[in-house]
Design a protein around this ligand. Structure first.
Ligand code: BTN
Length: 253
């Protein structure tokens, strides 16, 4: 199946949230491929109802509208493909190799460099997915209190990144990865590549803070819909579709 993600970029100096703006456009009928980019966000949003600090020119803030043809149960794969696209773009534009923490946190040296907030919405033209991507370009992108847990492209590479080049490579990578995801075998391919790009896919001791409980176990790859398999101490495998995953060191209890 061939899809048409032809990126068109809509730029703002300042906006509440690029995801909210993309939702407004999608509801007004905007086509797949529309990307909202802002230099700053006054109400940047993260996963699990958290805020995403978005000072001017300190990060890349982008939201893309997709109108996926794949079954809605498979939409989690869109966030996995978006994380892969971020990895492609950072490698091509900044020479930076990243890790992916399930489902789609972008990590470098065990610190968070970026995140993805994907939202599914209903519109008159059918369901749409808004894929919001935030990448810390400079340390100013995050508050000092999370300095130990966050990192920027500038501190990871030692150079101020070329934000325009990163944006170009990112929209290119989303187009290519999304096209692939929609093709025959695209889902298996995306899962395989995600597993190859993430140190969290297999044999990683983790703590999972789910919606109803928190538990620990060892990762055992992904289900075909992108859910994380975690083996718990009694040998059963729990399937995680939502929640927060934290790596545990071998000696952690
Ligand atoms: C996370 O919590 O890890 C996801 C963060 C996603 C932030 C991006 S910045 C661009 C887009 N607009 C938003 O309001 N959020 C996303």
């Amino acid at each position: 199946m061939s899809v048409m993600f032809r990126p068109t970029i809509l730029r703002f100096d300042s906006i509440d949230s690029t995801n909210l703006e993309a939702i407004r456009h999608a509801k007004a009928g905007a086509p797949e491929g529309l990307c909202v980019v802002a230099r700053e966000q006054t109400r940047g949003r993260g996963r699990l109802d958290r805020a995403w600090e978005s000072p001017k020119d300190a990060g890349l803030y982008l939201s893309a509208i997709l109108r996926p043809q794949i079954a809605i149960e498979q939409w989690a794969l869109i966030t996995l493909m978006a994380a892969l696209a971020v990895g492609d773009a950072l490698l091509k534009s900044c020479g930076l190799r990243v890790d992916i923490k399930w489902p789609n946190d972008i990590f470098v040296h065990n610190r968070k460099l970026g995140g993805i907030l994907a939202e599914a919405i209903e519109t008159d033209r059918g369901p749409a997915a808004i894929v919001g991507i935030g990448i810390n370009l400079r340390d100013a992108a995050f508050p000092a209190v999370i300095m130990k847990r966050a990192i920027s492209v500038e501190s990871a590479t030692g150079t101020v990144p070329d934000a325009e080049l990163l944006l170009e490579k990112l929209t290119e990578a989303i187009a290519g990865r999304y096209d692939l995801l929609s093709s025959q075998d695209g889902r298996e391919h995306t899962i395989r590549e995600w597993c190859a790009s993430s140190s969290y896919a297999f044999d990683r001791r983790v703590r999972v803070s789910g919606i109803s409980d928190t538990f620990e176990g060892v990762t055992r790859g992904l289900e075909s819909d992108g859910a994380l398999r975690v083996e718990i101490p009694d040998g059963r495998v729990r399937i995680v579709r939502a929640g927060d995953v934290t790596a545990l060191r071998a000696m952690d209890k």
